[in-house]
Design a protein. Structure first.
Lengths: 327, 286
């Protein structure tokens, strides 16, 4: 990671309280614990993990849609957590989000034109005919015909709706896009088109991106680096080729085994790990992965390995690879 | 109670509404009552306030199709003019209750936290009073006048509107398109007015049509116990009370306004049920 980071995150944490009442103390869910990573200018970092591992919460924390409890987020040299009012609004021009569910992320009562024009008007970026021109340009950019503008979301297919969602994120000309599982609600045939579109847009506008997914296969196509999350913690982070060819953390190896490999020669045997993800309300002690880990050591149940830097920008939190990495 | 099409969810609700014969019955009954109220003087040009002692307590005849009351006033004329008062008070009180009640519910649902808890508890207190008793207390405090009656009835119906607006606000607040709006830098006011309210208006409109019936009944009940619009202005509740004294010798005096209330309330309930079923087919009860 030689390029200057556009976004750097340090020790980010978010807890949710669930249940509780007048006399009962609420349980705490540690959705994100001590997450640290950087995204280089024009790069794409993939964030993968099973459902419930905290990746969506982490993504929302970056945009302050969810308020983080601790840690630092620095975006283009600005401390995101200290922003307020107009400064936060300016941040939102530069950092945008693409949502998972293209059916829930568009207001059913607003036409495509209204949806795309609203951000421009709110931020005072265009008035009158200039708005229409920019709406048309945004539609063209995501590959939708100009006559889509007066139509309502229900008149479009899932893939087209996701294109509208992408156009809405792009209309403010952001520098950074947080894409939260942008293709997982789509048909496989449509997924590839939308991924290609995201790639092309990233190229054309010089965007940086955080790409959240539960599917390593999808991440392989769009990302430069991948961070793997397990129960709120980043357990491994490395460039894409390393994650795919030399996954180190047993959990990454398990995810890797779960995603199909098209090239028969590239297949290699990996341990399959059984079992369900434990409850985030009561995570196992030591390394959170040890109850499911095929190579767990005795110390894994007692101590938690820290994320340690190995050569080539490969970071992993596992005693198998960095025995000295006690916290 | 019609709502602009753009406000109601998805396509097809008009088709479902039209396909339901009982909704049409509701529309017909309400249209008849509204027309009768609007055209009262044209349909039946007698003065509802003109007394004629020589013709008191007359049974229905061609000159007085519904007979006359103790002051010799024409009951049909009084019935038609009373419809205006009932509908006006009902409509104004519902409009007031809908505006303020929904605003309270939306604020509670959107802001959440202690504010929501406080508002919800207060609404529960308000709901625990029977409608009539609450209306009675408010009119007793404010004094009986048409404006106060509107306020009193509106207060009795705040809680249902607040509840109906609060629940969908909480759901909509968590929807991705509202979150997307927040990410785009929209203000809370814009999110509520542009993105939340249009999506819950249909539910509020259905409640309005159902509670309009209750408002008209409450007005009649308050008039019946003498806390409504002051005589000699004709109101349905007041007419029932006046007719009650002669229920044995001149039953039409109480019967005519009672039937008018019955028809109006029935019509509004059918209309409201039809709207509800059309807008949310899942809520249809067999």
């Amino acid at each position: 990671m030689s390029a200057k980071p556009i976004l750097s995150v340090e020790g980010l944490g978010k807890r949710f309280e669930v249940g509780g009442g007048l006399l009962r103390r609420p349980a705490q869910v540690h959705a994100v614990v001590d997450a640290s990573f950087e995204v280089a200018e024009r790069a794409c970092l993939g964030l993968v993990g099973e459902s419930g591992c905290g990746k969506s919460t982490l993504a929302r924390c970056l945009l302050r849609l969810v308020e983080p409890d601790e840690g630092r987020i620095v975006f283009e040299g600005e401390d995101v957590r200290s922003l307020d009012g107009p400064a936060l609004r300016r941040l939102r021009r530069r950092m945008q989000m693409v949502f998972q569910d293209p059916y829930a992320s568009l207001n059913p009562r607003r036409t495509v034109r209204q949806t795309l024009a609203e951000p421009l008007v709110v931020h005072g970026l265009a008035t009158g005919e200039a708005v229409d021109a920019r709406v048309e340009a945004a539609l063209a950019e995501v590959g939708l015909p100009p006559d889509s503008a007066p139509r309502f979301p229900h008149e479009f297919s899932g893939g087209q709706r996701q294109r509208i969602g992408i156009a809405r994120a792009l209309v403010l000309e952001p520098r950074f896009i947080v894409a939260d599982e942008p293709v997982s609600a789509l048909d496989v045939s449509v997924q590839a088109q939308v991924l290609k579109l995201l790639e092309a847009l990233r190229e054309r506008h010089g965007l940086s991106m955080l790409f959240v997914s539960h599917d390593l296969g999808v991440v392989r196509h769009v990302c430069d680096r991948v961070a793997v999350m397990y129960l709120g913690r980043v357990v491994e982070e490395a460039p894409v080729p390393d994650i795919f060819d030399r996954p180190l953390h047993p959990y990454t190896r398990m995810l890797r085994a779960a995603s199909p490999v098209p090239d028969a020669r590239a297949r290699f045997s990996l341990p399959r790990v059984e079992g369900e993800i434990p409850s985030a309300m009561d995570p196992p002690g030591g390394c959170a992965f040890h109850p499911r880990c095929p190579s767990a050591l005795a110390r894994c149940a007692k101590e938690r390995p820290a994320l340690a830097d190995l050569r080539g920008g490969h970071r992993v939190a596992c005693f198998l690879h960095s025995p000295e990495a006690a916290p | 109670m019609s709502a602009p099409a753009a406000v109601l969810p998805a396509r097809g609700w008009t088709r479902r509404f039209r396909a339901n014969p009982t909704s049409w019955l509701g529309v017909a009954l309400i249209a008849a009552v509204v027309l009768a109220a609007l055209l009262a003087s044209t349909i039946w040009p007698l003065d509802p306030l003109e007394q004629n002692v020589a013709e008191r307590l007359m049974a229905p005849t061609a000159a007085h199709p519904l007979g006359t009351d103790t002051f010799g006033r024409d009951v049909l004329a009084r019935l038609l003019h009373a419809a205006r008062i009932s509908l006006l008070i009902g409509a104004f009180s519902i409009a007031l209750a809908m505006t303020i009640g929904s605003a309270i519910g939306i604020a509670a649902g959107y802001l959440g936290g202690w504010f929501d808890a406080a508002v919800t508890s207060l609404l529960d207190v308000l709901l625990s009073f029977p409608t009539l008793l609450l209306g009675l207390m408010v009119v007793a405090m404010l004094g009986p006048s048409m404006g106060n009656l509107v306020i009193a009835i509106a207060i009795t119906e705040l809680a249902p509107f607040a509840r109906v607006a609060r629940a969908p606000t909480i759901t909509l607040k968590g929807r991705d398109f509202v979150e997307a709006g927040r990410a785009l830098g929209f203000s809370d006011l814009r999110l509520v007015v542009v993105h939340i309210i249009p999506n819950l208006l249909s539910e509020v409109v259905v409640v309005a049509s159902l509670w309009l019936a209750t408002a008209i009944r409450t007005e009649a009940s308050l008039s019946f116990i003498g806390l409504g619009v002051k005589p000699p202005t004709a109101t349905w509740g007041g007419m029932i009370r006046e007719g009650f004294e002669n229920i044995l010798d001149a039953p039409w005096l109480a019967l005519a306004p009672s039937l008018a209330i019955l028809v109006t309330v029935l019509g509004l309930n059918l209309l409201g049920d039809g709207l509800r079923d059309a807008i949310d087919p899942r809520a249809r009860r067999d």
